[in-house]
Every structure is written in C-alpha cells, then in structure tokens.
Design a protein around this ligand. Structure first.
Ligand SMILES: Nc1ncnc2c1ncn2[C@@H]1O[C@H](COP(=O)(O)OP(=O)(O)OP(=O)(O)O)[C@@H](O)[C@H]1O
Length: 264
C-alpha cells in the first residue's frame, strides 16, 4: 500500500443545488485539506448525500463549483475518487475476490489485479474468504469487502455515505477502527456522512453540521487517536454537537438561533 501523502485537496466554492424550486444546498464554502478526515452530520434530508453526489461528479451544481486539487470539476468521473454506501452493493454472482478486483479499473495486468486485491482483502481481514460468494458473508464482512473494493485503486478521496449504518454496534465499532487504521496508513482524504455523532467525533478531524442548506457548525476535533468514548472531553463534544442538531430539529426557523462556526 502506498505510504506517501496523496490525499486530495477538496474545495467547495459557493456551492448550491436546487431541485425545481427547492433549494437543498445554498452557497456552501468548505475546504478539506489533503489527508483530512471530515464527518458531515445533519438531520435527515438536509442535503448530505446531495453534497457527496456533487463532489463525486454524479450530479451538477446549480451554482458554484467543486474543486479537486484546485481544478474545477465538470462532472467527469474521477478514478481517484471512490464511494461507499450503507448497502455494500456487491455483485452476488461474483466471488469476493472478483468483487474486489472490480475496484481496479484500467489496463492493469491480471496478475497485478489479483495480487493487489488479495493484499487489500488481507488488510480488511478477509483474505481467507476471497473465493467465497458474498451471500455466505455476514453484513459486516460484506461491508469490509466493499471497503476493500473502494481501496484497491488507492483512492485519493473516499466518500462514505453512512457506510456503517446497517451494522450492529460491536461490528460498527470494529469497522470504525479498521477505517481509521486504513485511513492513517493510506492517507487518503475521507468525507464521511453519518447520523451517529459519536462516530463522527471518534473518526473525524472536523465535524461539519449541515442545516438549512448551509454549514451550521464546523468543529475541529483534536483529541489524540485512537479516541476513547469514555473520555470526559469526548462526551462533552458529542453532547454539544447533538444538542445543536436536536435544537434545530425542533425549530422551524433558521433565524431562531445564531450560527456559530467557531466551536461546539
Ligand atoms: N434527484 C432529486 N430530485 C428531487 N429532489 C431531490 C433529489 N435528490 C435529493 N432530493 C431532495 O433533496 C433533499 C436532500 O436530500 P439528501 O438525500 O441529500 O438528504 P440527506 O441529508 O442525505 O438525507 P438522509 O440523511 O435522510 O439520507 C431532500 O429533500 C430530497 O428529497
């Protein structure tokens, strides 16, 4: 696996997206440094997945732009960006190894593709399941295969749309640790959508809250890693972000409270 820093520098400039008359994202300015891990939180329907789709080039902004390593993206598919979803989206008619090999696009030799896929499967702890069908794996194992597939091509940006949302609590914690380890090792830039504020504070360098189509909070998390959920500062930070999310859910008016983008 590559050890050099090669995370993507991602910048959103005055990014807006509307569907018909409904404005979902409005003038979003956000800079994510190479190798940074940023978590996006916010109430259901606030525009988190829409933001990820714009970054991935799967949808076009209504105004403003997405800049990948300082170059404006024009909806072309960028092979150094990979996505992972809540549903692992494995091909059931392909064995685990073949599913992982799908992550390696282009004209690589068969031997290279096989060797790389096995190496990444080893990194997610599933090398011994390489020749099985996805259907015999557990939900957590399938998500590990999806993570392996996303990482085979050494992405510079990994977009994670609630990838651990369907897992049980223990498997989820194990996957968080695996994701953190692989991110530290491979040094890609990571953007994680999650409904779980604790997960955001465990994993991210920054937690960004989207509300009313804008950035309501941008909180730097600088506790040492690996982070302990039992730590008093940790619990305080989670609580403050949660309070803000919940306050907003109960409020009908954006002007009911002031924006505070300094710290939670
Ligand atoms: N293609 C589309 N056409 C019309 N409306 C859309 C489209 N895609 C998303 N929306 C609307 O945009 C809003 C934001 O959707 P989005 O999926 O980005 O929210 P989200 O924050 O990811 O929600 P959740 O947390 O529930 O997944 C929603 O009101 C949704 O109905």
């Amino acid at each position: 696996m590559a050890l050099e820093t090669r995370g993507m520098h991602l910048t959103l400039k005055e990014l807006s997206k509307s569907f018909g008359t409904k404005t979902v994202l409005q003038n979003i300015d956000l800079e994510i440094k190479p190798g940074e891990f940023v978590a996006i939180v916010g109430r259901s329907g606030c525009g988190k997945s829409t933001m990820l789709r714009l970054i991935a080039g799967l949808d076009a902004p209504s105004a403003g732009g997405v800049f990948l390593n300082d170059e404006q993206s024009h909806q072309q598919i960028n092979p150094t960006i990979r996505m992972m979803f809540q549903d692992p989206r494995l091909l059931p008619w392909q064995r685990v190894i073949a599913n992982v090999e799908l992550g390696l696009l282009g004209s690589n030799s068969k031997a290279y593709v096989r060797q790389t896929a096995l190496q990444v499967l080893r990194a997610v702890g599933l090398e011994d399941r390489a020749h099985e069908w996805p259907s015999v794996l557990s939900g957590g194992q399938r998500q590990r295969v999806a993570l392996a597939r996303a990482l085979t091509s050494n992405p510079s940006l990994l977009l994670l749309d609630e990838p651990l949302g369907a897992l049980d609590a223990l498997t989820r914690i194990e996957m968080q640790q695996l994701l953190e380890n692989l991110w530290q090792e491979q040094q890609f830039t990571a953007l994680l959508i999650t409904h779980d504020v604790e997960e955001a504070v465990v994993l991210a360098d920054r937690v960004v809250l989207i509300e009313d189509g804008q950035i309501g909070l941008d909180v730097k998390i600088d506790f040492p890693r690996p982070r302990s959920r039992g730590d008093a500062e940790f619990a305080k930070t989670v609580e403050k972000i949660l309070q803000r999310v919940m306050t907003r859910q109960e409020s009908d008016h954006a002007s009911d409270y002031a924006l505070d983008s300094e710290a939670a």
